[in-house]
Design a protein around this ligand. Structure first.
Ligand SMILES: Cc1cc2nc3c(=O)[nH]c(=O)nc-3n(C[C@H](O)[C@H](O)[C@H](O)COP(=O)(O)O)c2cc1C
Length: 443
């Protein structure tokens, strides 16, 4: 077929339908086809045409399992048909990362080739410890490892959704830089922002104070970054949340069927899934979110988990919850208040939407704890996490805010250590746990 016969609109439409897959069926793809996909990738342009790239194709199931383990549990590495490691020889065209740009071009070209051939892919920068991978791949020191492209066939049950795109108007301008303020995220003011002063674990310009972010910017950030993973069952169970969730949910009172519970700023759905499992199918869970993208993500996540759907009727706007006055039997704010630009205003909103006698169950990362110390010394030097900026709240301050609005019925500290443990702390020790948590009643 010559190029005039190809309807480019059809091809571009097909390409636009590509989406990442993290749920492969594990079936093999023959070597000839894999080689053809990689060869297609080498049609990409490269800086100075040096083509200093090298692609290592792994298909052996034991090695794929090893790749999964080294990555720290990317299960799609173990289940894909092939994993193609992206490497390049160091020493040429480093300026403006030209060599990195070249490898990226080749990788995307492979993705498009695989997509047109009916396969699915996922590009991964998160591949794990480079030393271990170097040993697994026999990769010489002079070669750099950039990432890995997993190719395979999606399971029929894989999430059918594509991650949302920013509105086109926000990401381009003509002749000069122009961009709406909500998609330029707040950073610490400085005269210059030198690229090499900014690392994932050390970003001197990161603005961790949510009060410096608008609700709109927070929603934008949290609503796009959650899609860095598919809404698969079981994703986002963090070490921080894990065991603490049970203690937090244990603070909920008993509800009659038909009770209405609001979960505020649930983000990725891990908590919503745990909440639904805890409450069972006959309680109405209402979500109050900053971003519609997160609501779509959570709806699919609940479907993937095989759980009863949840309700949502709008978004939080300027700190106002999308819930009617005196309509909720409980509001749950699990490790959320510290993410709010105006935390006291959020508590006022909880008072507004709760019925008299309704319960607020709240937990917040506590600055007066080993975790708080670690956050102040280490975590907050890093880049802002995908869940957005937050500032741990001293337990005494949170207690004061709660006491001014509610009758505090139960209060505990959760976790003596900076991470992981969820020991319940009572007495004076409750003020020094990783989390301070309480069940409060609206008078
Ligand atoms: C350079 C790069 C690195 C990525 N690394 C990872 C990764 O380590 N893990 C992962 O699950 N997804 C990774 N992704 C996939 C993105 O999360 C995904 O492309 C994005 O959410 C948009 O979704 P879409 O590909 O379905 O359009 C990466 C994508 C790119 C371009």
């Amino acid at each position: 077929m010559n190029s005039e016969e190809v309807d480019w609109r059809v091809v571009l439409d097909r390409l636009a339908q590509r989406r990442s897959c993290r749920d492969f069926d594990g079936s093999p793809i023959d070597q000839e086809t894999l080689a053809a996909i990689v060869r297609d990738g080498t049609e990409a342009p490269s800086s100075c045409n040096q083509q200093n790239w090298h692609f290592i194709i792994i298909t052996d199931r034991d090695r794929l399992t090893e790749a999964c383990e080294i990555s720290g549990g990317n299960h799609h590495f173990a289940e894909c048909s092939a994993l193609i490691y992206l490497t390049f020889q160091k020493g040429w065209t480093h300026g403006n990362f030209s060599i990195v740009q070249s490898v990226a071009g080749a990788c995307y070209h492979m993705m498009l080739s695989a997509h047109l051939r009916g396969f699915q892919c996922i590009w991964n920068a998160g591949i794990g410890n480079h030393g271990s991978l170097r040993r697994m791949l026999d990769l010489p020191e002079i070669f750099e490892l950039q990432g890995a492209l997993a190719i395979g066939r999606a399971k029929p049950s894989a999430p059918p959704m594509k991650a949302p795109r920013r509105p086109f108007a926000e990401v381009h301008s003509w002749e000069r830089f122009k961009r709406p303020s909500r998609s330029v995220y707040p950073v610490k003011p400085a005269r210059r922002y030198p690229f090499f002063r900014i690392r994932n674990d050390d970003n001197p310009f990161a603005q961790w104070n949510p009060g410096s972010w608008s609700c709109e910017a927070l929603g934008d950030f949290r609503g796009l970054s959650v899609w860095a993973k598919s809404p698969l069952a079981g994703v986002y169970v963090s070490r921080r949340q894990g065991a603490a969730t049970e203690v937090e949910l244990g603070l909920l009172p008993h509800f009659e069927p038909g009770a209405a519970i609001a979960e505020v700023m649930p983000w990725g759905g891990t908590y919503t899934a745990a909440l639904r499992r805890h409450l069972g199918p006959y309680i109405d869970i209402h979500l109050a979110e900053l971003s519609q993208h997160n609501l779509s993500f959570i709806d699919e996540r609940m479907r993937q988990e095989g759980l009863e759907p949840v309700r949502h009727e709008g978004l939080i706007k300027n700190g106002v919850l999308p819930l009617a006055d005196v309509s909720m039997d409980a509001v749950i704010l699990p490790q959320v208040l510290e993410h709010c630009p105006a935390p006291e205003r959020m508590l006022d909103e909880a008072v507004r939407v709760l019925k008299p006698g309704g319960a607020l169950v709240i937990s917040a990362r506590n600055l007066l704890s080993r975790y708080g110390w670690r956050w102040a010394r280490i975590e907050r030097r890093a880049q802002i996490p995908n869940q957005g900026p937050f500032h741990p709240i001293p337990a005494f301050r949170l207690r004061k805010w709660l006491a001014a609005r509610f009758q505090i019925e139960r209060e505990v500290g959760i976790g003596r250590q900076a991470v992981e443990d969820a020991e319940m702390l009572t007495g004076n020790r409750r003020f020094f746990g990783r989390l301070f948590a309480a069940r409060c009643i609206r008078p």
